[in-house]
Design a protein around this ligand. Structure first.
Ligand code: EPU
Length: 419
């Protein structure tokens, strides 16, 4: 077991380069199963969720060549539709995309009910409704999900909630279906557009990704033969923006798409920090104690739930009392108990939390409860006075490439040590 030891406070300064988006990568990798050919994927984040996905693909018969840690070629010409992937798929959330992609490729899929971060109930009923609307039969028993279809036929599907996972999964299942599938009230996150762009590059016909209505015109096959580069991770970029603000630092964030960060940029400016955009860079700095703000998390283009804990660290030391309303995940305030160990004054009230700003945080031993909580605790450790020991860091490794290396390069005193 490893832990991170952070000594602060350090105003972070310098440049940080953003990796490819985790939530795009974990959908693009299963999407390769729809290709009867070879494709190359660049700018893949070097994170444990990606490695696990590659293991699953290899288990299914894909041949993967690693050119670098971020650049692979995948040959999906010979897939074993009967390979047993139940246990390995239980290990993380995004394995649910194998249902859509294997239904498309093989006409059947059996996966373990996905695990992942404990953020409260994480049903996949909208995914299942979508598959059934396309003609699949599904059955959930003994912790497994079984789906089969003689053929998938395009139809109109209205999502009750603009779910990221359901939008992508239905897209995956409908790419090779007969006819046209229309997904209404689709989610609009940048990684949905990225998955659609990947599939279109490989020969699919998907239109409207990034809007409320996505139309997938089924094609006979995806031929592959192309190279695709994963979109920069807007959540990693936002994490470093908030690290700059919380540490009262000055960072240039490179290889990001500033437009994807607009909901965060607006809040960062509102609380008194500074943001300058230039091409694919963001310059963020903060020279005084931020002011309070109220936040409500919403689907894109609202304030992202995946940046809520990192914003919580900033508001913990803001001038005044702030309220955060969390509208996506019921258990996303677990990190507040850890921040309180560091001197914060946060009252978790279920779907909202009250942040009474304190002048400063101090180091303490803390536990990571989920991926984004982990990033938040690193930011808190860098900004706090004294030593912070961060435990259960495997959550962080799932989604951030070389997190301590990137923080160290901008001045943080952070080390990974054996417990
Ligand atoms: N929901 C349902 N039924 C469904 C699907 C979702 O009720 O069938 C509900 C959920 O319970 C939640 C809301 O709809 O309240 C939104 O869930 P969504 O499906 O959009 O989330 P997800 O696809 O499971 C992805 C990201 C999460 C991110 C959310 C919201 C991946 C692998 N995960 O999850 O990322 O928080 O979208 O943006 O893409 C993270 O990266 O730390 C992370 C948790």
């Amino acid at each position: 077991m490893e832990k991170l030891v952070v000594k602060g406070p350090t105003p972070l300064k310098g440049e940080v380069i953003i990796s490819g988006a985790k939530n795009a990568a974990v959908a693009i990798l299963p999407a390769t199963l729809l290709i009867n050919g070879i494709c190359r994927i660049e700018n893949l984040p070097n994170i444990s969720d990606v490695k696990l996905y590659c293991e699953i693909l290899e288990h299914l018969g894909a041949k993967i060549t690693w050119h670098t840690n971020n650049d692979i070629t995948i040959d999906t010409r010979h897939i074993d539709c009967n390979a047993d992937i139940i246990e390995i798929t239980r290990k993380f959330r995004a394995s649910y995309y194998l249902i859509g992609s294997l239904l498309g490729r093989c006409g059947s899929a059996t996966v373990g009910i996905p695990g992942g971060c404990k953020l409260g109930a994480r049903p996949i009923d909208l995914h299942i409704k979508g598959f059934e609307a396309l003609g699949a039969t599904t059955n959930t028993t003994q912790g497994n999900i079984y789906a089969t279809a003689d053929k998938l036929v395009g139809t109109s599907i209205y999502l009750d909630i603009a779910s990221v996972g359901a939008t992508i999964n239905i897209m995956l299942a409908s790419v090779l279906a007969e006819g046209t599938t229309v997904i209404d009230n689709a989610a609009k996150e940048p990684h949905i557009v990225d998955v659609a762009n990947f599939l279109n590059t490989m020969g699919a016909d998907i239109r409207g990704a990034g809007t409320d209505t996505i139309k997938v015109h089924g094609v006979k096959e995806l031929r592959g033969g192309a190279t695709y580069s994963v979109v920069p991770d807007q959540i990693e970029a936002g994490t470093f923006m908030l690290a700059a603000v919380a540490s009262r630092g000055d960072l240039v964030i490179k290889n990001c798409i500033p437009e994807h960060l607009e909901p965060l940029t607006a809040k960062v400016v509102e609380i008194g920090a500074h943001v300058e955009e230039s091409g694919d860079e963001l310059h963020v700095w903060c020279d005084k104690r931020p002011s309070k703000a109220n936040i409500k998390t919403l689907p894109y283009p609202g304030f992202p739930t995946d940046l809520q804990p990192q914003m919580g660290v900033v508001l913990a030391t803001a001038d005044g009392t702030s309220i955060i309303n969390e509208s996506i995940w019921e258990s996303r305030f677990q990190y507040t108990a850890e921040l309180n160990k560091m001197g914060a004054n946060i009252t978790d009230q279920g779907k909202s939390a009250l942040f009474q700003g304190v002048p400063e945080l101090y180091g303490a031993p803390v536990n990571v409860t989920d991926l984004r909580a982990g990033a938040a605790l690193i930011i808190a450790g860098v900004s706090a006075k004294g030593t912070t020991e961060i435990y259960n860091i495997e959550h962080i490794d799932r989604g951030y490439e070389d997190i301590e290396g990137k923080f160290r390069k901008i001045g943080a005193n952070i080390e990974r040590v054996e417990e």
